[in-house]
Design a protein around this ligand. Sequence first.
Ligand code: MEV
Length: 438
Amino acid sequence: MSKTISGFSKLSKSKKIDWIANTYFSNQENAKSIMKQYWNSNEKLQQLHDEFIENTITNYYLPLGVAPNFLINDRLYTIPMAIEESSVVAAASKAAKFWLERGGFKTEVISTTKIGQVHFIYKGKKSHLETFFDVVKPVLLKEVKLLSKNMEKRGGGILDIELRDKTEDIADYYQLHVSFETADAMGANFINSCLELFAKTFKAEAMNFEGFNSEEKQIQIVMSILSNYVPDCLVRAEVSCKVEDLTENENISAEEFANKFVQAVNIAEVEPYRAVTHNKGIMNGIDAVVLATGNDFRAVEAGVHAYASRKGKYSSLSHAKIENGVFYFWTELPLALGTVGGLTNLHPLVKLSLEMLHKPSAKELMQIVAVAGLAQNFAALRSLTTTGIQQGHMKMHLMNILNQFKASPEEKETLVNHFKTHTVSHSAVVEALEKLRQ
Ligand code: MEV
């Protein structure tokens, strides 16, 4: 039976595990041994992971794979990907190889501005607030200098502070809408620290502002927080080649493939049910690299999907066309990423991944991540418009099914060979395994 506990966070890791095992498991020893089995024998490394979050009981492994042969702006990359979905790394590698032979990926960073907001309630005359804002803005910019000094040295800082009137949406609701450049940092801590300082100073200065009456002096700060909507932190990735060079396989002509491909993208542009799945395929690539490089995939997901809906209807993040016999396929995405700060200097696998990527700047990482998304999308659409998705998926899933039934290395080898010429399905694999074991 479940029970509540107080002071759980103060228990040692072993005691936490004991409590969980005793509270939730019939086979307590088994539960404990599973949790402890994933501890790292290197105590320092384990401690590092324990301290990333609160109440760590063990480590949760995800495979870290690599997709080689990515040619991006004429430079070769092997892209690290942390992901559990069987077919993603294989698909990325295939797409990389395909475009390696056709000039590779071209990318550019369009913009890098990030946004944070102080949300506040002001009950009074708008013109008084505007006058106050003009007076207080230089004070805010001066006060923040101490916080932004280091960021400025690295080429970042505060770009602007605007007063925004949101009273049409909510009575008396206004914002300080602040734009930031955060250079190689994702910048969440920097942005939030600046905003909290702005909020504090803004409120204090309002109390002393002579142009306000006593009610107007009582500005109520609701909250100060960065926005994960970053439509002005945009990157573009593109591939193109002559239609005739798009030869897919002997069952479909290059021209037919190109047309079907563009049609598939057009469908995702107009049909939200398809767009969500289409974009999910893009995120397969994006999240895997974002995670491998120690960035915040939840922030990226939230920002990307908001961007996909920016015209009022959820739509495709990638686009394709055929023009003068040339096939073009591209994406434009908002990606707020960092290559310094956060986990980037702490997690050994994140450091390894970044070094593998030639220690990129945040801008370079934006381009690599966008390419991973575009490549993944290309691979998915290539399968969908030709063989269907299940052929590749189930081939990759075969190993999961074999592991589920604890197949030995010999059994795996035999069955992987067998399924090179047979259709993989869960029941077909179970049947073949049973037959082999008889
Ligand atoms: C599966 O993880 C992703 C796909 O569904 C993407 C798509 O349909 O484009 C294959």
